[in-house]
Every structure is written in C-alpha cells, then in structure tokens.
Unconditional design. Sequence first.
Length: 465
Amino acid sequence: MQDTNFELDSMNLAEPYNMEAEQSVLGAALLDSERVMPALINTLKPEMFYSRQNAEIFSQMVELYSGTEQLDAVTLIDAVASTGVFESMEAAKVYIARLGEVVPSISNFAAYARIVEEKYLTRQVMQLAQNILKQSSAQPDADMLLESVEQRLTDIRSNQKREELTKLSDAFLETMATLQKIAGPNKDKYAGIPTGFTYLDSILTGLGRSDLIILAARPGMGKTSFALNIATNVAKKSHIPVAIFSLEMSKEQLTNRILSAEAGVDSHSFRSGALSGNDWDDLAHAMDVLHDVPIFMDDTSGITIPEVKAKIRKINQDPEKTPIGLVVIDYLQLMTSGKRTENRVQEISDITRNLKIMAKELNVPVIALSQLSRAAEKSSGRSDHRPQLSDLRDSGSIEQDADIVLFLYREGYYTSMSGESLEESDSSTAECIIAKNRHGETGKVDLGWDGAHTRFVNVDYNHAG
C-alpha cells in the first residue's frame, strides 16, 4: 500500500503570509509606540508573525513597552541581538532600521495588523486540515476525530475574541438587559434551573447555566439518588433535556431508580421481582408520566470529556431535539482524561478544569458527583461526621474549579456508639450542605430521605413537629 504524504508542499500549497504587512506593523510600533503598541498588544501575538525574526522583534517590543525601559531603535536592537535570531548585532541594526522606512502610513497600522492576523488564522486552518488528513489515515474513532476538529476550530476562533476593558457604565446596560430577561415573562429561559428542592433553590437561585456543581458524599449517603431526583425534576417540571453519564451503574439500574422514585415502589422489589398488583399499576402509571420526559442516559465506563461533549453535540445538532440543558456525571473519580499524566491527582485536576470549560462552552450546569475521603469517619479531632471541603478526594482543584460544592449528610447513617459502624434503620432525615457557593451564601438545607424508594423530598416546615 502506498504511503500518503500530507505535507503542504506535496499538494503544491504554500503557507500564506504578507511580509510587507508584518514589517509595516513593526515599523509603525517603532515610530509611535505610545499610540500603536496598546492596540497591537490586544490584537496580535508573537506567534502570528510568519517570520521568526519578526515574531521575536514583536515579542521584545511587548516586553520593552510593558517594562521600565523606553521602546526605541537602540533598546530594541540591544534586546533582539541577545536572542540569537540575527547572525550579528550589525544584521539586527540593518533590519530594524529598515522597518521604520517601509511603513506606508502609521495611521493605517490597524489594517496592517488585520492582514497579519488573517494570514495567521488561514495558516492555522490549513494546519488543522493537514492534521485531519493525518489523523483520518490512522482510522481513529470518528466521534473522537470530530470532537478534536470542533475543539480546534473553537480554539482558532477564540483568537478573534479578545475583548478590551469594559467601563462600568457600559456594563450597566448589559446588567439591566439581563435583569429584564430574568424578571420578564420568559424568565425561565434565563434564570437558574430549579432543582425541585424548594429551600435549596432559595439559596442557590437554581442551577446556574455554565456552572460546575460538585455533589459529594461518602458511599451510601444517596448522592446518585439525589442527582437522579434533581435530573428527573428538571426534565419533568421544567421540560429541560438532561444527559446523565453513569460510569458506575448501568442504564437499567438508573431506570430502576428513577421508576422507583416516581412510582413509589420499593426499590427492593425491583431487585427481587416481588411486585404486587398495585406495584404493577403504579409502575405503569409512572412509565406513562415519564414517557416523554427528556432524559438521556449513557453508561460508558471510563468515558472522557471529549466523548461526553461529542455525544451532547450529537443531540444538540439534531433539529428535531431540544438542546441538552443539564449534564449529570456519576462520578468524577471514574472518569479518565484520555491523556498521559504523571499521577491521578494531576489527572483529576485536568478533568475538573475541562468540566468547567465544558459547562461554559455548552452554557449548561454540570453536576459532577464526587467521592469523599474517609477523614470524616476516621478523624478523632472532628466533632461529627459532617463533611468539609478538605475531605474532597484526590485533588484540591475540585474545590477550586467548582462554582458550587454540595455535601450530602445523614446522621442516621452512623450509629451513636461508633463512627465506624453503619446503620440504615434511622434514615428519614438528611442534610444538603452548601459548602461553597461562588454566587452567594453557604449554609444547610434539611431534606427528607425515603430510602425505600431512593428519593429525597422537601421538608414540610409548616407541619413539622
């Protein structure tokens, strides 16, 4: 089989550049740095210059302008000469002196900069096309290839979105427009997404779009059930599509839990098959209620974030389907980054950072379940077993990257005699501890726990006690 050469020269293609535009940009900056450099710093980067010499000159210009030294021909020649991009000091002098002579018009420097940027972006697209051909020849997973291409295109586009500083009074208009949307008749499209838990929503004001929410607890506290309860509430009551990625439980197990909670059928009955006539009726009614509820499930083990994004995009790009509005991942420690990392802590850091990026890119809340260390159970210096932020397992980046951190805690899970022993008999009350809230207050919300039907419920304070 003949080898395929994907190099540009084999296709009679050359990387586009405009040497005159590059030199004119640098010459304009040299002749009037106070006027030109602030605009160029917000527009160009050294790597956008095709010529290695021009790239280094611009890099040194930025450093001089941002430092304490004056940017002029003398200081620039001295700075560039030490980098080794010119054969000698004399060669640097000749080239830099010529820069000031080739500028057609200093006042037109922005147009020259646009040419430099456009040529750079074109080279980037050509390089991407070349890489696609190489990757395709290796026959990789098609979904992963598409995700890689989409991500690279997003990175290229991001080079065009460098915003300047915004004056406070200008930001007032955006704030007022947002407030009018939240207070208007279509506020449900802009406000936080209700979880279905009244007092939790009162503190969080719902799940914020683009937020990364970490839901953590020790095993057996019910974090999967709580996440499924929220997912069902969002899809059923708000009619917002939810994607659930379970790395631990099968789709059948997830379905059983959702049906048990909705039908009020004992979860043990699902496992044993001991269903009464009423149970069958209740199940039939629950399936009828949930038939058109937009919940999508995936139980791929060891799924990566690019795979998650590719599956969500497939739904979002279907014109007959409403885009996903909430993502649930169960659970964080079972994910893989798909990259080689030095250790697990570094890998978890990479995963949480990219989960936050994904939430922002897709503009949806992402709920990621997480394990806790055994510190809450073993530490002798702790007055109770309530989890703390320091108990988050594997990485401090989980707390750092999260917008909201929620802990589930049930005192009835532990016996009063020993923090090591577990008890399931007294499990009717629970707490949702808001340990971190980037947007507001922290605190504690009381919940009811119905273990037989794997569901959490609101506490009715009006009739309590």
